[in-house]
Structures are given as C-alpha cells and as structure tokens.
Design a protein around this ligand. Structure first.
Ligand code: FCB
Length: 463
C-alpha cells in the first residue's frame, strides 16, 4: 500500500518566478578590467594594497585581471549567449577622475560609454555601481573615507558619470557593501586601504553613508530612473536563543552588519543601540545636523548581497572580531554547516529570512539580489568545467528567493556573482566565483556547467 507516487519524489514541482523578474550577473571594475595604467587611470587603493607584500594571495593584483577593458565586446557577447537580461558592473573612479576630485578624464568615461552601447545592442540592461571599492589612492592620501570631503567627491563622480551615461542607463547604485569598505578597509585591515583603526572605521561608515546620500541626490538630479544602494546582509542567529546574553550578542552583530547601514538610509536615523559605538570610538562628531536627511534621500531599490549566515554567542573575555569593531565579548562559533571554497557556511534559509525581514522591517522598498554565489576549486578539463557544487548552491538559493517571495518579500531580480572568475580581493585569483571560467594564462573564457544551467533557469524564468 503506497500513498506517494514515485515520480512525485523524483520530480520536484516547478518553481516559476514572477513575470518580469530580472535575471543577470555582476562584476566590479577592479576585479575584471585590468588596463591599470591605460588611458589616464591612476592607482586605486587596491593597486597600492596589492603591491604591499603579504597583503594579497601570492601578490596578485588587478593589473591585468580578466583584461575586460580590452575584451569587453567578447564578454558582452558571452553575456548575451548566456541569456542575461541585466549586467551589473562598477565604474573605476580613478579612470573617470584620475586625481579623485579634479577634472573628468573623458577617456575613462569613453570605456563605459562603449560598454553601455555594446550591452544595449545585445539587449542587456546595464546597472551601474559608482563605487565598488577602488578609491583613487590620491584620495586615500588625504584620509580616504575618514575625510568628509570624500563623500562630496563621490557626488561629483556621480554627476560626471550620469551626465555621460544617463541617457542610456536607468538603474544606478551608489555604493557596494559599505560594511566592507568601512569595517574591512579601516578596522580589520583585510581590504584596502588596510588600516586597523576602529575610529577610522566609524568615521568611514558615516562618510560612506553621507556619500551615498549626496550621490543619490546627484543621480536623481541627473535623471536617474531607478536609484539604489547595495549592502551585504544576513541573518544573525544567537547560538542559544533562550539566553539573553547570546541574544544581545546577536543584536549587536545584526546592528553592525545590517541595521547600521539600513536604518539611516531607510528610516533616517542610526539604530539607538549602535549610536553609542560612534561615541565610544570618537566618531560621533562626524555626524552633523542635516546629514541624516541627506542619507535618507528616497531610493527605489535595495540591493542585497547574500553569501552566508552568521552565528554568535556571548563569551566573557572573547576579543570579538575586528570586522565588527566594538564586538568584544562576542564569540563566533563554528556553524557546523557545509562550506564553500571560501569556507563560508552554506545556508540558503539565511537568504529567504533576510529578504522577508527586509520587506517586513523596511516596507516599501523593492529588493534585488545584486550578488549571490560561491567559490569552488574549479578544474578545466578540455572544454568543460564541471561545477555541480556551484549549481547546487545556486539552486538552493534560488529556491530560497522563491520561498521569500511566497512569504511576501518584494524581490524584483537576481544577479549571480559573478559573470566570470576574477580578482577576489585579498584572495587574488585563487578563488573562482564565475559562471564562466577564466584561464588567466590565455584569457580564454569557458562557460562552466553552472552557466549552462543558469541559462536554462533564465529561459524558463524558474527552476
Ligand atoms: C562581495 C563583493 C564582491 C565579491 C564577492 C565574493 O562582498 O562585493 O566583489 O568579492 O563578495
């Protein structure tokens, strides 16, 4: 007596995404472009950092990267073959404004002009991020994001860029993951500029948000139709949810990972439990009257980058983590989950819960997954890269997105990280996140099995 038909077990039911759901992939300028000294580009903080011995895996740098600066036409053709509808890329500040705050370098903008035309000719909607971490070194020499002026210079970059591309680009993103820029760049020092000063990190946090607000205003004035910011967000669990101290630890890390970035933009104030950290680290005076009005300039879309969940507990004497400055007394125990090639725990429920939480706690702002993906140790064999683990990661996370939509989250699209293997910051070329494999010796591109799989997902608008 069987009550379940075997085929019901074998074929899970089809999942369809809403009509008009936007599918695509993302990259960032320093990670793919190369051409580091061409057409007037000056060094960014990542050019500097990658020249400091021991900072980046095997002293890799973005000097050549995927040579996308010269190969963008082929790369766009590849995107079109993969069926991408949206391509998210960032512009290199040191190309567009080689001295950071000074005159525009038209040759720098020419590249993005050509890229946008190529995308449109292939039916791919461009989505431009202004700042994905490659601050001109000349600005870091003047204090980088600890200097309030940098926020105004970002707005100048915004005006110059939209003046050139705004007739063809509808969707604009100010910042990618200011948590990384501020807390990895200035607190843990894992990212450029590699400083380890909590005060600088909190100054940077505020100035990045101010820069977002000023740039958002500049983009709006320049005619931006869809304005956004992208954060790296996650669910932070208390190891023992019944323990008040564990819950406090989770609230603190949630504050530093999620709410410190979300509340100012979407609610117009810093979270009350996080504001004291600006005081404690001597950064409170940076928050001036009127700043939060600028920072909370309305946006049209919230970009969500999701990779892994977080788990914390309270532990007397724990030093905390430098990338959460002020997290003394918080311990980050192993999660006991399978991990990717980055050793990042895999749990797609963290994505659905994050999306549902965003739509509940910050209603009215549509969401888009602007990055999600995984690194694995890919091997090119002949013309093929078999990457079943990556397919499983994407599949699981797309099911989680679908579940979040069913639970009421307003999710408008999904962009895979990344289009192709690239310079993975401090990990150099050691970590491969691409749908497309890059052979760095020859610059040959080979779509991985996951790319073929993703093409089918896009075609079906579902799984
Ligand atoms: C994100 C970054 C992106 C890439 C992925 C793996 O934090 O925005 O550039 O490095 O992680």
């Amino acid at each position: 007596m069987t009550s379940v038909l075997p085929q019901e077990i074998a074929t899970p039911s089809r999942l369809s995404f809403p009509q008009g759901f936007r599918w695509g992939a993302a990259t960032a300028s320093y990670q793919i472009e190369g051409a580091a000294t061409e057409d007037g580009r000056t060094p960014s903080i990542w050019d500097t950092m990658s020249r400091e011995p021991g900072r980046v895996f095997r002293n890799h740098s973005g000097d050549v990267a995927c040579d996308h600066y010269h190969r963008y036409r082929d790369d766009v053709r590849l995107m079109s073959e993969l069926g991408l509808g949206t391509y998210r890329f960032s512009v290199a500040w040191p190309r567009i404004k080689p001295d950071g705050s000074g005159p525009v370098n038209p040759r720098g903008l020419d590249f993005y002009d050509r890229l946008v035309d190529e995308l449109l000719a292939n039916g791919i909607a461009p989505m431009v991020t202004l700042y994905h971490w490659d601050l001109p070194q000349v600005l870091e020499d003047r204090g980088g994001w600890t200097n309030r002026d940098t926020a105004y210079y970002l707005a100048d970059l915004a005006s110059a860029t939209i003046a050139r591309l705004g007739d063809r680009v509808a969707t604009w993103t100010t910042l990618n993951e200011p948590w990384c820029s501020a807390f990895l760049g200035y607190a843990s020092g894992d990212h450029a500029p590699g400083r380890r000063e909590p005060q600088a990190a909190y100054l940077a946090a505020h100035h990045l948000l101010l820069g977002h607000g000023l740039a958002a205003q500049a983009l709006r004035a320049g005619g931006a139709r869809e304005l956004s910011i992208t954060h790296v967000l996650t669910r932070v669990d208390a190891q023992n949810p019944h323990d008040a101290h564990d819950r406090d630890a989770a609230r603190l890390v949630d504050g530093l990972q999620n709410r410190i970035w979300l509340d100012p933009v979407l609610r117009g104030h810093y979270p009350a439990d996080i504001l004291p950290l600006f005081e404690r680290f001597g950064a409170a005076d940076a928050i001036r009257d009127g700043d939060l009005d600028v920072i909370s300039t309305p946006i049209d879309l919230l970009g969500v980058n999701y990779y892994q969940p977080a788990l914390v507990r309270a532990k007397v004497g724990a030093v905390g983590q430098a990338n959460y400055p002020g997290s003394e007394g918080v311990d980050f125990p192993p999660q006991g989950l399978p991990v990717t090639g980055m050793d990042w725990p895999i749990d797609a429920t963290g994505l659905s819960d994050t999306l549902v939480r965003l739509s509940r706690d910050y209603p009215g702002t549509p969401l888009m997954i602007t990055e999600n993906g995984s690194a694995y140790h890919d091997i090119l064999e002949g013309d093929r890269v078999a990457d079943p683990d990556r397919i499983a990661y994407f599949d699981g996370h797309l099911r989680a997105v679908h579940k979040a939509i069913e639970r009421g989250a307003d999710v408008r699209g999904y962009l895979a990280w990344s289009l192709m293997d690239n310079f993975e910051w401090a990990y150099g070329y050691d970590k491969r996140f691409g749908l497309v494999y890059v052979d760095y010796d020859t610059q040959r591109r080979v779509p991985k099995d996951s790319a073929r799989w993703y093409t089918q997902v896009i075609r079906d608008n579902g799984l």
